[in-house]
Design a protein around this ligand. Sequence first.
Ligand SMILES: [Zn+2]
Ligand SMILES: [Zn+2]
Length: 173
Amino acid sequence: MSQGNFCIGIQPVGEIDTAYLKVIAGSFLGELRIKSLILPPLDHPDYAFDKRRVQYNAGIIINRLETMNFKGCSKIIALIDADLFIPVFSYVLGEARMGGKCALASLYRLKQSSERAAKVALHEFGHLINLGHCHEKTCVMKFSKNIEQLDSISAIFCKYCLDHIRYALKPTS
Ligand SMILES: [Zn+2]
Ligand SMILES: [Zn+2]
């Protein structure tokens, strides 16, 4: 199964070790047969820093990314090495809106594991193509609020989620 012209842009936000970017690109290709493009880094997002929480507001960063023009990329997975929050959670490992163009994954709490980063990236990508949280025990779409939960899932989609992805990415002709 090849996904034709579908291409994911892997977008560092601030400085990110290229090893992470390559592992994530490899997991999209290996798990989903999707090509990706590693994009030049954006500036560190000072605009999204919340002084009171001493964290970065994931929604504000995604809003900014959504206004940008990513030529040739169908979806964007942005990576940041900073602690993220959304108002209802004390922190999040990643954030994406259902059906959105851009998702964000944070390396901050992953204790330098590119394998964990790949899981968060695949999970957030799932949301971008309208996959909700899955109840299968080890599916990468299962919700993880911390790395203990993230470690209990695998870096692969269950059959149900994979079927959804294949259908969502099927070229319309
Ligand atoms: Zn999720
Ligand atoms: Zn699943």
